[in-house]
Design a protein around this ligand. Sequence first.
Ligand code: GNR
Ligand code: NI
Length: 185
Amino acid sequence: MSLLDIYVLGAPILRQETRVVENVDDGVRRLIDDMFETMYAAKGIGLAAPQVGRNERLAVLDIDQKPYVIVNPEIVLREGAHKAEEGCLSIPEIYGDVERAAHVKVKALDRDGEPFELDASELLARCLQHEIDHLHGRLFIDYLGLLKRRAAISKWEKLRKGDKSLTRTVTPREAAAQHKRDEEL
Ligand code: GNR
Ligand code: NI
């Protein structure tokens, strides 16, 4: 397995539509494994293929210690509304409140290419919507009001301090250090 670089805000791949996965083969399963490794190292709860520079329509999630793989996911039912704070591994250290459907039903393929359905609420529902948005070139900042979006983007540019790189490299050590900082807050 290998750690993949994470593409950050400004990288064109994050704004592109993905392509349907025609065949869940060993190459796709390898990508899935690498995405899990990268997501865990980055301390994320979800990761979509465009975030690692790939245009396949798939994402991985881990909510309440349960891993999920969604290939070619589709939201077939949305219910209710709930607003809560979101972040994104592609826009580190930026957070904002996003209103999402409170419950969703998602149809997808698993890592063997078998179809399944997922009835989700709470954090799983939120994360599924966030990841499926990535697969269509959408980011959580797109839902912020104009002023909050502007503030988020200028904070992002300030944090980057002229750094124009379109990827970040996650190392297990960096992840551990970030985790330690989070604990201290
Ligand atoms: O790690 C993540 N946390 C998170 C928190 C609230 C709503 C969505 C997310 S997803 C995010 C990881 C990520 O960027 N996935 O695309
Ligand atoms: Ni994200």
